[in-house]
Design a protein around this ligand. Structure first.
Ligand SMILES: Cc1ncc(COP(=O)(O)O)c(C=O)c1O
Length: 380
């Protein structure tokens, strides 16, 4: 089977894991955690990085550190992995679901601006409230879908205009850049995932990055049960969200190969587009300058539905190729069906037509060629 996205663990992973066992540093303290944080901060152009147990916990702790609390609303795209919404709910807040831009599949800043203007007012306490819901708007959280970075300058302007924190779900965006390597500057905090299907994996894991050291210190405090050393004192309700040295050992070995991994991801995306561009009934995953091209694949023509995509995936499976549909929007998921929302026609029109194709960082030319031939046959 040619897998969709499996990790390449042929670097120093084993050696560093052995070192964890030999030194007994298997828990949340250890040199690999420090090293991993330094590498992630450097790769994202951030002043610092706090390693966490997962991408979901990274988003949750970032939102908490930025003051999101019970009864608030957080603006997110409906077209995202459900963990973005779950992290908002873990704060006791609700997601306000806004549509995406067709060109990059990321949250649409112009729509965010017009929805805020239409539905919100600044009240006496200086906060912005959703009039109908009577709920404070606590943060705007774009998602760097596929490693694409949207117009963050515009998001910054909107967030500053209303004095709302800007946090990014950058779960799938390690290696992405925006006009150079200034990832850390683009938002107050950004959260990454190092889950098994990500470009860089720790098995499971995450990180919060940013440029505000005080804010990062608060994130670290919250991830470590809000403990005040040296004794058993705790100054608030914190979380045990730390990454272990074992996870970080794998992560360090993976980060050593980041450049190669990103090069492959970009190559795979281009390969599919160039090899299949003659097909008139498909288009390709969008990309932005500096995108890390986490996933690659095809989009069926307008009018196609989920069953069409599933049928193609089944045909590819017959050829021993793993292909899958992609994120079903959050507003169509049972726990979120009553959340406030904008018009979501772009997400609704798009999601059923997406097919993700194999894009592991160790995929071979021969495998890519096999996928292309199989797609051509399936679509014939
Ligand atoms: C957009 C997005 N947000 C959040 C997550 C959650 O990350 P994790 O699985 O590490 O908790 C993922 C990936 O799994 C994701 O793709």
């Amino acid at each position: 089977m040619i897998s969709l996205a499996i990790p390449d663990l042929t670097g120093n992973e084993k050696k560093y894991l052995d070192n964890c066992i030999d030194t007994t540093f298997v828990s949340s303290v250890g040199e690999y955690v420090n090293q991993f944080e330094t590498m992630v901060a450097a790769a994202t152009g951030s002043a610092g990085a706090i390693a966490t147990s997962s991408g979901t916990t990274a988003i949750h702790v970032a939102l908490t550190a930025l003051g999101v609390k019970h009864g608030d609303l957080v603006i997110i795209p409906s077209f995202t992995f459900i963990a973005s919404a779950n992290a908002v709910r873990h704060c006791g807040a609700d997601p306000w679901l806004i549509d995406i831009e067709r060109e990059n599949w990321c949250l649409n800043p112009e729509l965010v601006e017009s929805e805020l203007e239409k539905n919100c007012e600044v009240r006496e306490d200086g906060n912005l409230y959703h009039k109908e819901r009577n709920a404070r708007i606590a943060a705007i959280m774009p998602v760097y879908t596929l490693g694409n970075i949207p117009d963050m300058q515009l998001f910054r302007k909107i967030a500053d205009n209303y004095n709302i924190p800007l946090v990014v779900d950058a779960a799938c965006a390690i290696g992405a850049t925006f006009h150079g390597n200034d990832f850390g500057n683009l938002a107050d905090l950004s959260a990454l995932s190092f889950n098994g299907n990500k470009t860089v994996t720790c098995g499971g894991g995450g990180a919060v990055v940013g440029n505000d050291i005080k804010l990062l210190d608060r994130v670290r405090h919250l991830t470590t049960t809000a403990r005040v050393w040296p004794d058993y004192d705790f100054d608030e309700v914190g979380f045990n969200y730390r990454m272990t040295n074992i996870q970080a050992a794998v992560g360090v070995a993976q980060m050593e190969r980041l450049e190669d991994f990103i090069e492959t991801k970009r190559y795979v995306r281009k390969y599919y587009e160039e090899s299949l561009e003659k097909l008139t009934n498909v288009s390709f995953f969008p990309t932005t300058a500096g995108s890390s091209c986490w996933f690659s694949g095809i989009v069926l023509e307008e009018g196609a539905v989920l069953n069409d995509a599933k049928e193609i995936c089944a045909k590819l499976k017959d050829d021993a190729i793993e292909a899958r549909s992609f994120w079903k929007p959050v507003h169509l998921q049972a726990p979120y069906k009553d959340c406030p929302r904008s018009d979501l026609s772009t997400a609704e029109n798009l999601w059923q037509r997406i097919i993700t194709l194999p894009c592991s960082t160790n995929i071979t030319e021969e495998e890519l060629n096999k996928v292309v031939e199989s797609v051509k046959n399936a679509l014939d």
